[in-house]
Design a protein around this ligand. Sequence first.
Ligand SMILES: Cc1cc2nc3c(=O)[nH]c(=O)nc-3n(C[C@H](O)[C@H](O)[C@H](O)COP(=O)(O)O)c2cc1C
Length: 355
Amino acid sequence: MVHDVTGKARWQAWLEGGAADEITLRENEAAWQRLRLRPRVLRGLDGSHLRCTLSARTLPHPIFVAPMAHQAALHPQAEAGCAVAAAALGAGFVLSCQSNTPMEDIARLYLADAGRGALWCQLHWLHTREACLAYLQRAADAGFEAAVLTLDAPVQGFRDRERASGFTLAAGTGNANLPERPEHTLAELLAAAPTWRELAWLIQRSPLPLWLKGVLHPQDAVLAAEHGAGGLIVSNHGARQLDTVLATADALPDVAAANGGRLPLLVDGGLRRGTDVLKALALGAQAVLVGRPVARALAADGARGVAGALRQLLDELTIAMAMCGLREPAQAADAARAGDFFARLPVNAINSRLS
Ligand SMILES: Cc1cc2nc3c(=O)[nH]c(=O)nc-3n(C[C@H](O)[C@H](O)[C@H](O)COP(=O)(O)O)c2cc1C
């Protein structure tokens, strides 16, 4: 594993940057922060826990590590360090298809921990149906439990900060799971962009449940359920793809309402504190994914750093739930429906969005 040699400022620009003017990048965090909590008191907190149920599976808590490419650019432990720490803290782990570590190695490390969460793999559309299917089969054989198909990146977003920095991947940070792809022109990428038809083909044959990542429109949530998706991830790719797209905190309530509980629902983007996680649960997500805070911690101190970052987030969530009078994550959405939760959003608006 070769550590990135292009310099800290450059990889930080790659990690921290967003698309274009980074308006959505700022908004992703600000939208969670704008929501004001309205706690209930004297509710009794005995037996409090963070466990949650996702697709009939009980998980230690509702936090996943988001798929992030090229983690060898951040730390020599790369995806292995991240996965081991996630497993130890009971967090779900989603392996990017642009990983520098073979997926079989990650599965072996992650699945060895009895206290682990869920192990998923992520893929972009790999230009042909057969290539996608082969990737999913390999992941299933390795022990991955579900797959995440990223839909908001048919082409690469224009990231000014990253471009200005001159960031390039160091030699040796190649893709460990897929053959090096030739550079595609924009026209080639547009021609190969998948449709619901390709998705239906893949879902029918996939050995793993297929979650759809990058859904922001309520109507796409309805289509996802009709096509047999395994679940939905409300995401704008950490604001790295399309600038001025709406923040995920603002997209979530309408998607949750349109989904109506048909598919399990996750959200990511700008979640930084336990209070943010709790707000996401209250707005209808069953669990969340966290990206940059985990990546920063990996860069700073490898697996130990990731474990510390996840520990803090979990402690913050526990504290926030207790102070809002909630004993388990599943109660957050009920509290929001009952109008108990948010001070600034009118009760009727919440009810109509979540019912
Ligand atoms: C450095 C970096 C690399 C990423 N690589 C991928 C990827 O390979 N596949 C993918 O679906 N999303 C990728 N994402 C997006 C994340 O999965 C996630 O949607 C986003 O980071 C969540 O926002 P947050 O960073 O504000 O928590 C990446 C994000 C970052 C920061």
